[in-house]
Design a protein around this ligand. Structure first.
Ligand code: PEP
Ligand code: MG
Length: 582
């Protein structure tokens, strides 16, 4: 087989080289025959027995699990297994349609999973994968198909798809990396995969058909890149890169729990982005200065109906308590455009990214917004709550939303509900008009956080999820650097906290760019924290200013990129983000 390079989705960073262990989930052949009326009771008990066995199987894995976030995922599986509506559908299939138990299970679970995957949304795709995991387990029980054995797996595990529970079936010490054809980087399987601390790439097309057991493969989990059957020269190069990577990881790890500061001791606030209750908050709290962005969308996307006040209150209280007094920036619902709710169809729009999304949607649906604000305000007494509003376009938007919050607050106070007096209110700056109005906004808000993902989209008029236009999505474009500097100056002049919570903050180049433009607060995925702390500790504050001055004069993205790379290399920051072939 000739060497071949394939591209997938990066899930967990690192480089791995080793022989392939193939493991495929074959679709189970479900018998289609009808049953007699006299068989209904038997099939119902086959189903009940399968539920019991699968429940015991999941419980056994939960008991072996040390991590809280994994236990939470598996508890969700338990809830899905016992979901009242799905169970009713299975029973109806057996009783009314006269399907055998396997067909009734397959149909009911598939219908729910299909409904969720029909909406192009990572949260719902994640839920659909969980449902398929349970479906497979139940079908195996009912049809007496033994589960495939993963306990002997070693090297690079290559599969068509891995379900969350698969990650508890193999010996972590024998697996160097994981590669799959399907799967989303936000899925539960991805959370489990990241916990392993080994390189993982999902979404590599047809990889199980291209590889045979024992053949050598290389994975670069940081870039989502895979090399099949590398030539001896490529393999040698990858092994060198692997050793550089190992060294750089060891260096970075030393910074994880340190406070972030420049070489000459100027502090930089490093916070974590969170978007689910399954994160490892204990660790996140130890290695960060707080939560810089808590995306509340998942609460809405993962349920089958609008989450009520109590459910939301408990979720917000949980995260506030977990961060024990450190700031927790919770963003109000950012729904619309690419983020849809299955149970609440939004009006079809010509340009949804420019339409009724985020704060606009909330203000147009005051009852829904009121429920979220009540839950947030009630939770405020359990920690250090900062409430952030997405997609604010200017001063008027902010005044309107604050007025609405005050009404909700008065309502709660009138009922004698205790609320914190030190809640801070702020905005995301992700629309260019808000960036331009930064001075006025800095005068009225308590804080702001720049959403570079959307600010890039709207400034460059480029769809952030658009297919075929990716080369035009350029977060390092000089126009953005100048806008960022404008915002940074406005907020530092007024002495108001300003952070960045877009993806840019978590990359070495992005962190260097942002701090050199004067921003001293960065929020990122927790896996990026050690790397960013390490990078920034190599630069003196004066050097950052000089780099910033250069970048603000640059006329194109290439100059900015080249300068950032040059400075990183000059400060001995080891780059592992290399093309394995390059
Ligand atoms: C952003 O736009 O940069 C951001 C952090 O928000 P989201 O990615 O959730 O839109
Ligand atoms: Mg955004």
């Amino acid at each position: 087989m000739a060497e071949e390079t394939l591209q997938g989705k990066p899930v967990s960073p690192g480089i791995a080289i080793g022989p392939v262990f193939l493991y495929t989930h074959d679709e189970i052949d479900v018998p289609q025959d009808q049953i007699q009326a006299s068989d209904v009771a038997r099939e119902l008990s086959v189903y009940a027995e399968a539920c019991e066995k699968v429940g015991a199987e999941i419980l056994e894995i939960i008991q072996r699990t040390e991590r809280q976030n994994e236990a939470d995922i598996l508890n969700t599986h338990m809830l899905l297994l016992n979901d009242f509506e799905i169970a009713a559908q299975v029973r109806q299939g057996i009783e009314n349609q006269r399907w055998n138990a396997a067909k009734a299970i397959d149909t009911a679970f598939r219908e729910v999973a299909d409904m969720m995957s029909a909406i192009d949304d990572p949260y719902l795709l994640q839920r659909a994968a969980d449902i398929h995991d349970i479906r497979h387990k139940l079908l195996r029980q009912v049809l007496h198909i033994p589960a495939k054995d993963l306990s002997t797996a070693s090297g690079i595990l290559v599969s068509n798809e891995l379900y969350p529970s698969d990650f508890k079936q193999f010996d972590r010490k024998r697996i160097a990396g994981v590669l799959t054809e399907q799967g989303e980087s936000t899925s539960h399987a991805a959370i489990m995969a990241r916990n392993l601390g080994i390189p993982v790439v999902f979404g590599v097309r047809d990889v199980t058909k291209k590889m045979r057991d024992g053949e050598i493969a290389v994975i670069n989990g940081s870039r989502g890149e895979v090399i099949l059957a590398p030539t001896p020269a490529t393999e040698e190069k990858c092994r060198r890169l692997y050793s550089v990577y190992q060294k750089s990881e060891a260096v970075k790890r030393q910074y994880l729990f340190k406070n972030c500061a420049t070489k000459d001791g100027q502090p930089i606030t490093v916070e974590v982005n969170a978007g689910s209750l399954e994160a490892d908050f204990e660790k996140d709290c130890k290695c960060s200065d707080g939560i810089g962005l808590f995306r509340t969308e998942f609460l809405y996307m993962e349920s089958t109906a609008l989450p009520d006040e109590e459910t939301q209150f408990r979720a917000y209280r949980h995260v506030l308590q977990a961060f024990a007094g450190k700031p927790v920036i919770i963003r109000t619902l950012d729904i619309g455009a690419d983020k849809q709710l299955p149970y609440l169809p939004l009006v079809k729009e010509e340009n949804p990214a420019l339409g009724n999304r985020a704060i606009r949607y909330c203000m147009a649906n005051p009852e829904l917004f009121r429920v979220q604000l009540r839950a947030l305000l009630r939770a405020s007494v359990y920690g250090n709550l900062w409430i952030m509003f997405p997609m604010i376009s200017g001063v008027e938007d902010y005044h309107n939303v604050r007025d609405f919050c005050d009404t909700v607050r008065l309502e709660l106070e009138a009922c004698g509900i205790p609320l914190s007096n030190s809640i801070r209110y702020g905005i995301m700056i992700e629309i260019p008009s808000a960036a331009v109005m930064a001075e006025e906004l800095a005068g009225i808000v308590d804080f702001a956080s720049i959403g570079t993902n959307d600010l890039t989209q709207y400034t460059l008029a480029i769809d952030r999820v658009g297919r075929g236009v990716e080369p035009y999505y350029r977060p390092l474009h000089p126009a953005l650097a100048r806008l960022l500097h404008h915002i940074s100056t406005a907020f530092s002049t007024q002495g108001k906290p300003l952070g960045v919570c877009g993806e840019l903050a978590g990359s070495p180049e992005g962190a260097l760019l942002l701090t050199s433009l004067g921003i001293r607060q960065l929020s990122m995925d927790s896996s990026k924290i050690a790397g960013v702390k390490y990078v920034l500790s190599q630069f003196e504050a004066g050097e950052l200013d000089m780099i910033g001055a250069y970048l603000l004069k640059a006329e194109n993205e290439q100059r900015i990129w080249a300068k950032l790379r040059e400075e990183l290399a000059a400060h001995n920051v080891i780059s592992t983000d290399q093309d394995l072939q390059g």
